[in-house]
Design a protein around this ligand. Structure first.
Ligand SMILES: Cc1ncc(COP(=O)(O)O)c(C=O)c1O
Ligand SMILES: N[C@@H](CCCC[NH3+])C(=O)O
Length: 419
């Protein structure tokens, strides 16, 4: 049974009534299920239990401290792309020595902080970045563990905005240049080469691109070994897709089985950086219908959630199921479910058959990944509250943002000179 299920005609998150929750914390609110997060994490951890591995949750998918804390307690590692994400991991009880630092543009102060706290590995994406890391590590008297993120030029067959493993994309080091850059890195005094990394994109629903990339990485590992550069881990990134509508991504166990077969007898530990496949289906966006607007052409359900709360439909045309918390069972009408923001792209769903009245609660499903992290204050809307449900308990893990929170950062001209 899904953690978000109907019980006596009402949607619950685990054993918590979403109606009661909405009354208590208001809407819109993100609601996460602890047991769904733990189960998704374990689907990775269990098939890897008998081999050296690290499952580094991609913090960019959901960086709420409550979510990170649940994963830290599962002994998860973390994949970060900024010092902000690093501080979140630490604040949530995660260990820096379980952290991989990814990203094409790590700044000096971010590298310093990461070296200071002792992150496990830097995933390096270019020669200037490698040289920058060498210089900073030398200044600090540290040695930085490094893996090179290679760009294998493999088509991930996903939305072009979230495809990262093609030559045209800004990510990684061209696989054809990788051998010489490894040799260069091996001569740097404060760099310790540990692994190889790639991440070809997000929301992949087929195994083939992963395996094509893996074959290229393994060939590189073998070539480097012949040149005396022995790698100890292979990081295949994240990217495994989830079901939003009718997609059928590979099961995590099948994915891991196929990867392990390819790795074979090589002495490599396996690192994965899953984001979406851990948290997407562990969260919903709970929102209330403000009013129903019927025109000659369309019916609109205007809700209190909007593109600033969940931008995926506006940005990628993504589809999220939208389910009533208490289904009415009457005649359905076709609605565009839209927010109050002044943009035509402000919709969370188009042409949905629903039986609605104003005041009804709706759950926008599969909203745990790339939801709150991409929320903005567009139209000076406060970002939603976030709640972590655990059995019959519900904890507020982020309070709703107020207008005062937003105004607090700003001044009138003349109040604060820059120099
Ligand atoms: C370097 C890196 N690792 C991991 C991820 C997580 O990807 P996903 O959420 O698709 O698992 C991303 C995002 O696409 C990424 O850029
Ligand atoms: N933001 C994207 C995923 C980006 C992955 C980042 N590397 C989404 O909502 O699907």
């Amino acid at each position: 049974m899904s953690e978000f299920h109907y019980q006596n005609g009402e949607m619950f998150a685990e054993q918590v009534s979403l109606t009661q929750l909405a009354e208590s914390v208001g809407t819109p609110a993100y609601v996460y299920s602890r047991s769904a997060i733990e189960a998704a994490y374990q689907e990775y951890a269990e098939p890897l239990a008998d081999m050296p591995h690290k499952i580094c949750f991609a913090v960019k998918a959901n960086s709420n401290l409550g979510v990170l804390n649940v994963l830290a307690k599962q002994d998860a590692g973390f994949d970060i792309v900024s010092v902000g994400e690093l501080e979140r991991v630490i604040a949530a009880g995660g260990k820096p020595d379980n952290v991989v630092f990814s990203g094409v543009g790590k700044q000096d102060h971010e590298i310093c902080r990461a070296l200071e706290v002792g992150v496990w590995c830097f995933n390096i994406e270019s020669i200037p970045e490698l040289d920058r890391l060498q210089d900073i590590a030398a200044d600090m008297g540290k040695t930085a563990s490094v893996s090179l993120r290679v760009n294998p030029n493999v088509d991930a067959q996903t939305h072009p905005y979230i495809s990262t493993g093609l030559k045209d994309n800004k990510f990684g080091i061209d696989i054809e240049k990788a051998d010489e850059i490894y040799l260069r890195a091996s001569r740097l005094s404060n760099i310790s080469i540990q692994g190889v990394d790639c991440h070809i994109g997000s929301q992949l629903t087929s195994m083939d691109p992963f395996l094509d990339a893996l074959d290229l990485l393994l060939a590189l590992v073998d070539r480097l070994a012949e040149k005396g550069i022995k790698l100890s881990h292979l990081d295949l990134g994240g990217g495994l897709g989830v079901t939003y509508k009718n997609e059928q991504p590979p099961a995590k166990a099948d994915f891991i089985k196929a990867v392990r077969e390819r790795i074979g007898k090589r002495k490599l530990s396996l690192v994965l950086e899953p984001g979406r496949s851990i948290i997407a289906n562990a969260g919903v966006l709970l929102t209330r219908v403000e009013l129903l607007k019927h025109t000659d052409h369309k019916n609109f359900a205007v809700i209190d959630g909007a593109m600033n709360d969940l931008i995926r439909p506006a940005l990628y045309g993504s589809w999220h199921a939208i389910n009533p918390v208490i289904p009415r069972g009457g005649e359905e009408q076709v609605y565009d479910v839209v927010g109050p923001v002044c943009e035509t792209s402000d919709f969370l769903g188009k042409e949905r058959s629903l039986c609605l009245e104003s005041g009804d609660l709706l759950a926008v499903m599969s909203a745990g990944a790339y939801g709150m992290v991409m929320a903005s204050n567009f139209n000076t809307r406060g970002r939603p509250a976030e709640v972590m449900v655990d059995g019959s308990k519900a904890d507020l893990v982020r309070r709703r943002e107020t207008v005062a929170d937003q105004l607090a950062l700003e001044c009138l001209p003349g109040e604060k000179a820059c120099f």
